[in-house]
Design a protein around this ligand. Structure first.
Ligand code: HGY
Ligand code: MN
Ligand code: MN
Length: 412
């Protein structure tokens, strides 16, 4: 009996129990919870015949040889880390589907013209250190040593977190797959949007992923007495930031991009004190980098004008930048073939405004993605994230058929 859809959902529930918070799910890179889910994933990988290891960046990996040992691998995977108060399927479902596909291939007795590698990435979200895709960028060979000094909320640096997790920072490069060692990357992921549900479809192939940039912004004015300082003498950083936040929404919407201020803090934070400083985040995405960057220029112009009028100072630091990427045409065809194998004759295609590890892998290998319907309005980064066992079963059939479709056309 191979790993079926119900077993996949049960495993997502098991992993949901590995959280740093008593309420909700939060699991960040290089945490004890990350270590725990790596162990669980390694066990399930071993059960289906994968040789497992934790790589030099803390990703949990498994490999099943092809027709002869040492062949280049088709990579299958997603991530096991989460945002705060997460759902139980974002990333996790893709890793569990990848393991189940390997189980099906092995149980069928087929040997493929390539190896299969399952990758459970440790940091897609960037929740702990702000910069995202750290695990998958290590595998893609695009690690940036400037990241070592990134610090989390407790001032622990990435370098210190590596050592505490049992990793050697000097060896992070060993996580990268050597040139020619991977033929491509396929990722199955819950759709983080409403479009499959609206179309009453279970699956879609992803055409491209939005380019994303993240920033830490700050406005500095002058704290003061909430009663004693008349309006004309104020330099209220929160009133200024509020103008900028509304401009973020307006400019992104007008340009067909999407932007979010997810975190904002006013200092000193007294209810009877005019905020002297506000720090806030900006998450900005666009189908093209040019459209996204034009919105950013507009936001900077509004910030400059607001600061001029209100006597504020403005500071901005970029914390993440991942270019828009287009899925490989041949691998998209394989995913479409997989979807057709589930009696969906006209596979739906979606552009992903959500970021994925595929953006990092795109730097080194061709990629494609399979989206799985997310019930309840497509809500994600939220406990109400939902998939049905029927859709997971359909996704498993499609993902397996997509892998076999790659095998039929390989080497291209
Ligand atoms: O933010 C994103 O789009 C992804 O879920 N990390
Ligand atoms: Mn996410
Ligand atoms: Mn994700």
């Amino acid at each position: 009996m191979t790993v079926d859809a119900q077993a996949i959902l049960d495993r997502c529930d098991t992993l949901a129990g590995e959280s740093s918070t008593a309420e909700g799910i939060e699991r960040v890179y290089l945490s004890p919870e990350h270590s725990a889910v790596n162990r669980l994933a390694a066990g399930w990988m071993s059960e289906v015949g994968l040789e497992t290891w934790t790589d030099a960046a803390g990703n949990q990996r498994g490999r099943l040889e092809g027709s002869t040992p040492g062949l280049p691998a088709l990579l299958l995977g997603s991530h096991l880390d989460t945002v705060p108060n997460a759902g139980r399927f974002d990333g996790i479902l893709g890793v569990m589907l990848a393991i189940a596909v390997v189980d099906r291939v092995r149980a069928s007795g087929r040997t493929l013209p390539f190896a299969l590698e399952v990758l459970a990435f440790g940091d897609e979200e960037g929740t702990r250190f702000g910069t995202a895709l750290l695990g998958s960028r290590a595998v893609a060979g695009t690690w940036d040593d400037a990241w070592w000094t990134l610090a989390d909320a407790s001032e622990t640096t990435l370098r210190e977190a590596f050592v505490a997790f049992g990793l050697d920072p000097e060896r992070v490069g060993e996580a990268a797959h050597p040139a020619g060692a991977a033929i491509g990357y396929l990722e199955a992921h819950i759709e983080q949007g409403p479009y499959l549900e609206e179309a009453d479809r279970a699956l879609a192939v992803v055409s491209s992923i939005a380019g994303a940039r993240r920033f830490a912004m700050a406005l500095t004015g002058e704290a003061g007495h909430a009663g004693g300082v008349p309006f004309h003498r104020r330099h209220d950083a929160l009133a200024g930031a509020s103008e900028v936040v509304l401009a973020v929404e307006r400019l992104a919407r007008d340009a067909g991009c999407i932007a979010t201020v997810g975190r904002l803090q006013a200092f000193p934070g007294g209810v009877n004190v005019i905020p002297g400083r506000v720090e806030f985040s900006l998450d900005l995405r666009g189908e093209t980098d040019a459209a996204r960057d034009a919105v950013f220029s507009g936001i900077l112009a509004v910030a400059a004008d607001t600061c001029e009028r209100r006597g504020l100072a403005f500071a901005v630091e970029e914390t993440h930048n991942a270019p828009a990427v287009v899925a490989d045409a041949a691998l998209q065809r394989a995913v479409r073939a997989g979807i057709r194998a589930t009696w969906d004759a006209e596979p739906m295609t979606l552009f992903s405004k959500a970021g994925h590890d595929a953006m990092a892998l795109a730097e080194s290998v061709p990629w494609a993605m399979l989206f799985v319907r997310n019930g309840r309005g497509g809500i994600s980064h939220h406990p109400d994230e939902t998939v049905t066992v029927e859709d997971v079963a359909t996704a498993l059939d499609a993902f397996e058929a997509a892998v076999l479709a790659v095998a039929e056309t390989y080497p291209a």
